[in-house]
Ligand binder design. Structure first.
Ligand code: BYC
Length: 326
């Protein structure tokens, strides 16, 4: 008697299986069937996230040579290196979806994929490094901790390590600002000025208001996003208001007030026109960031070529060794 292998499940069955896995809050892995839209959404989001990590090295990298002490310099170098590492984990996660890192970098360099709006603002003083750590990394953690439970396995797993490292980044930023806020009057003013400039852009990191968020509903249905943009923005404000008090600095938002009925802080509305301009490429540093990235990529071509030549030589040696042993 011969037994026939079961027919490959049709797309309909595969879709049902996928839907059931999402409903049961299970992880989707690279070899599982997934709808095209799910794959496209993940590639878009993970690539945007990876690009943000490597572009995000620039504003802070700007202060490595001018960090005020050896300790601050060492900490900043470690942080900027961490961002490069995050980029690598995320490009690897994106590659499991069938795209290559080269393709994604080309899309970034051609301006066809986005990176976070936040990195189009300049770092004018040393206090900006503190404000980025406290507010930008703080916003990133608020957004990214729920991504550790994202339905796509490789992205969720990458986020676990990234979030641990982001916590260290946030603490170093808070610490740098804390020291400045308690220093000379000029240092305190510098810390306040940095917070004044980074507060609103950090609220914009969470994306447009829910009413204008094109992807949230579908991404939440797929368990990619666990909370909406506005929910996470609110969570972030609730965290930073008491932290600002502990720092002795004020947030440049006259609408911040505790709302006992809601159990949350009320806060003002970011300038969404400015956000749209930054997304269109007209932020203060868009052009500079992309030009620097393209140049860094071109300057690094010899490293990639040398690594490939080395790998080819090793492979040829291994093959020759195998032939001799045979
Ligand atoms: N900037 O439908 P929506 C870091 C776009 S790195 C630019 O709500 P979604 C760090 C969005 O792409 C932190 N674009 O989108 C690194 C969409 O455009 P398209 C980076 C934005 O995806 C170094 C359109 O607006 N974090 O922490 O559902 C040093 C409509 O938006 C932004 C991540 O990438 C923005 N802020 O939600 C220090 C987290 N917001 O594609 C620190 C992962 C929205 O339709 N990403 N857009 O043309 C996410 O969680 C989500 O993608 C977002 C947006 C919440 C950002």
């Amino acid at each position: 008697m011969t037994t026939e292998a079961p027919a490959a499940p049709g797309v309909h069955d595969a879709q049902q299986r996928f839907d059931a896995m999402i409903a049961a809050d299970e992880r989707i892995e690279p070899r599982d069937w997934m709808p095209d839209g799910y794959r496209r959404t993940l590639i878009r989001q993970i690539a945007q996230h990876a690009h943000s990590e490597i572009i995000g090295m620039q504003p802070e990298g700007n202060w490595i040579t001018r960090a005020p002490s050896l300790k601050r310099k060492a900490v900043l170098i470690a942080k900027v290196q961490d961002e490069a590492g995050h980029g690598l984990y995320l490009y690897s996660a994106a590659e499991t979806l069938g795209v290559s890192r080269e393709e994604l970098l080309d899309l970034l360099h051609e301006g066809r994929q986005r990176y976070s709006s936040i990195f189009n603002y300049p770092t004018l003083t040393w206090a900006d490094v503190g404000a980025i750590g406290w507010l930008v990394d703080g916003a990133a953690i608020t957004n990214q901790v729920p991504l550790c439970r994202c339905s796509y396995g490789p992205y969720a797993r990458a986020m676990v390590r990234i979030c641990k490292e982001e916590s260290f980044h946030q603490r170093q930023g808070f610490d740098a600002l804390y020291v400045l806020a308690r220093g000379a009057e000029a240092q305190r003013r510098m810390a306040q000025d940095a917070v004044d400039r980074w507060y609103w852009p950090s609220l914009m990191m969470f994306g447009p208001p829910d009413t204008e968020s094109a992807h949230s509903e579908q991404s939440m249905a797929w368990n990619i996003k666990r909370f909406s943009n506005d929910e996470l923005r609110q969570r972030f404000v609730d965290i930073i208001v008491p932290q600002a008090e502990a720092l002795g600095l004020t947030l440049p938002d006259p609408d911040i007030a505790w709302n006992a009925e809601r159990g949350h802080y009320d806060f003002g509305t970011p300038d969404w026109d400015e956000f749209k301009q930054v997304l269109k490429g007209s932020g203060p540093c868009n052009r500079q960031r992309l030009e620097h990235r393209r140049k860094a990529h071109a300057d690094g071509a010899w490293v990639r070529e040398a690594a490939q030549a080395h790998a080819a030589k090793q492979a040829a040696r291994r093959a020759a060794g195998d032939r001799e042993a045979a």
